[in-house]
Design a protein around this ligand. Structure first.
Ligand code: NAD
Length: 261
């Protein structure tokens, strides 16, 4: 039986941060080693499951095995420099990275053990695999549209998961998503481009996350949908990823590696 994995939660005052603290503390294979948030966050100085939320990331990480990070792209980039130095496992659930930030992240984490996923749920990762499979079989006479619905607080669009599904569809079709995607339609847009992969985003209330991939043909339509009912789903996946990464060599992994998909 290995020692419990000592994990630190970044953004511990946030929606995912709070859930991560709860899941880590309850998991028999892990221990909540520390928690931090950015200066000025109301959670600083409060106690969570035997740990105090502090603002010094390096102090929280001292002596830990890994970091669970669902924060913001800028914060994750800074944190990646620390974990690349220390060799700690870094699980990144943050979404909304621009292409240049994504490239900086990959270069900052060279030699580190990172698992980054736009979505840590098993169901969504299966949906991603299915999307690729269907896109491989159905030609461009089927329009691919990806729709996502999230709570009103979400700051990035389309969601990281929608982009993950878009990448899967594009890879199934053998096209480059940056060239094929149609986003932000408004006004007289002209007809839909054949072979385009469309995205639409809905923000409403407290929806945790819903994604549908539509394959719309002239006489039939296939729709694949996933609905998250509880944020614990993502926290459980992040903890599974951290336990998996403990035994891996350096690399930039995603959830399909963890799940063996
Ligand atoms: P949130 O705004 O509730 O929480 C983010 C927290 O990060 C806040 O407490 C904020 O103060 C903190 N933070 C920001 N900068 C920081 C810094 N420099 N140092 C320390 N803490 C910092 O948001 P949320 O709903 O919890 O989502 C967080 C991120 O996780 C978003 O990018 C969201 O899209 C993503 N997310 C990913 C998954 C997944 O499965 N990959 C699931 C849900 C949410």
């Amino acid at each position: 039986m290995s020692e419990p994995l000592k994990l630190v939660v970044a953004g511990a005052g946030g929606r995912m941060g709070q859930m991560l603290c709860t899941v880590v503390a309850a998991h028999p294979g892990c221990a909540l080693h520390g928690a931090f948030d950015r200066a000025g966050n109301d959670a600083i100085g409060t106690h969570v499951l035997g740990t105090t939320i502090i603002e010094d990331a390096s102090a929280a990480l001292a002596g830990a095995d890994g970091l669970l990070d669902f924060t913001s792209p800028d914060a994750s980039l800074e944190l990646a420099k620390i974990t690349a130095d220390t060799g700690q496992v870094h699980i990144i659930g943050t979404t909304g990275f621009r292409a240049d930030q994504e490239a900086q992240l990959k270069s900052a984490t060279r030699g580190a053990r990172v698992v980054k996923a736009g979505n840590f749920s098993l169901g969504v990762n299966l949906l991603t695999a299915l999307t690729k499979q269907v896109a491989t079989r159905l030609g461009t006479e089927f329009d691919i549209e990806i729709s996502e619905t999230h709570h009103r607080h979400k700051v990035d669009a389309p969601s990281g998961t929608a982009l993950m599904l878009g990448e899967a569809a594009a890879s199934g079709r053998g096209v480059d998503l940056t060239k094929a995607s149609e986003r932000g339609r408004d006004g007289i847009t002209g007809a839909r481009g054949q072979g385009a992969i469309g995205f639409s985003s809905i923000r409403a209330g407290e929806v945790i996350g819903e994604h549908t991939v539509i394959f719309g043909g002239a006489s039939e339509r296939l729709e694949l949908t996933h609905k998250a009912n509880d944020r614990a789903l993502f926290a459980d996946g992040a903890v599974t990823a951290a336990l998996w990464a403990r035994d891996q060599g350096p690399g930039f992994y995603d959830m399909s590696d963890v799940l063996g998909l």
